[in-house]
Design a protein around this ligand. Structure first.
Ligand code: RIB
Ligand code: CA
Length: 299
């Protein structure tokens, strides 16, 4: 059983990642969901994580509020494809009341000390909470099993400009703090997530599934895919479930945090001694088969 913390900024693709994790309870234990400002403001990402847990009938999952701004607010960035409310403006019910008053970073530190060597941290938004946790407790890096994240663009262009990907560009200082941590890391950047393309047949399959969470997912993806056809965040969870879906190259990756044309850029070089495994390829059909079949098992 893999113990994970999903650190996220829901966000439609974040929502699908959460659904996939909650639909895989025999392989993954979601210790908690920590929220960060990213696709939309923190109050909305925090509410959206609770809205998604409510759709999955999992109000037992701790949802924690984290950082409301990046380490250094150079220039606000907006992903823009998740709607004003962050969940496609499809009219999901309002969020249930919070189930924890603990800060996200405190929760991460608490869980890593509760389960030393076991926790897989899965950031799928800006890395602000991750960086704060790494800086608050110098021992936390040694107690994490790994960090498996969505962010960056190692060997391909960015999605915010020629070089930068949203999660890294939204807080490049935090991303660089994370990349310098002595923790085994697996990177799901645009190199591979731009190959996770949503097709009309996937939406049709969700409609055919017929269960509530599949139908919500279809509405979410129909709204989201107007602006972005790529399913970024669920790749992190899919790898935990079926690593053979993906392949990559061990690399040394750093993040440019200085203002200028490369702000937020991930700089990567293939290196057997590098700090992270950069995923570059995915079996597209098997990925969506996994996702769509698991979604069918939800309420
Ligand atoms: O660049 C894609 C990433 O930015 C995804 O995590 C998406 O949710 C947005 O946060
Ligand atoms: Ca995200």
């Amino acid at each position: 059983m893999q113990k994970i913390i999903i650190d996220c900024d829901p966000g439609v693709d974040d929502a699908l990642a959460i659904f996939l994790a909650l639909a895989s309870s025999s392989e993954i234990e979601v210790l908690g969901i920590t929220c960060v400002r990213g696709n939309v403001a923190l109050d909305k990402t925090y509410a959206n994580a609770r809205r998604i847990c409510a759709e999955a009938r999992r109000l037992d999952i701790p949802v924690l509020k984290g950082a409301s701004r990046p380490v250094f607010e150079a220039n606000p960035v907006n992903a823009g494809v998740h709607g004003a409310d962050g969940l496609g403006d499809i009219g999901l019910p309002p969020a249930p009341p919070p189930n924890s008053s603990q800060h996200a970073v405190s929760f991460i530190l608490e869980q890593v000390n509760r389960f030393p060597g076991e926790v897989i941290l899965c950031p799928i938004g800006p890395m602000t909470n991750v960086a704060l946790a790494l800086m608050l407790d110098e021992d936390v890096a040694g107690k994490l099993q790994s960090i498996v994240f969505m962010g960056g663009a190692a060997y391909v262009p960015g999605n915010m400009n020629a070089h930068a990907e949203f999660n890294f560009m939204a807080d490049p200082h935090a991303a660089e703090v994370m990349m310098r941590a002595k923790v085994p890391m697996v990177m799901f950047g645009l190199d591979v997530t731009h190959k996770a393309t949503i097709l009309p047949e996937h939406l049709a399959r969700l409609r055919a599934n017929g269960n509530a969470c599949s139908l919500v997912s279809e509405r979410l993806l129909s709204a989201y895919s107007v602006g972005d056809l790529h399913l970024h965040d669920p790749c992190v969870i899919a790898w935990l479930l079926e690593p053979t879906l993906f392949s990559g190259v061990q690399s040394q990756v750093s993040v440019v945090a200085e203002p200028g044309p490369d702000y937020g850029r991930s700089v990567a070089t293939p290196s057997g001694a590098g700090n992270c495994l950069v995923m570059t390829d995915v079996d597209h059909d098997r990925l969506f088969d996994l996702l769509l079949s698991r979604l069918e098992t939800l309420p």
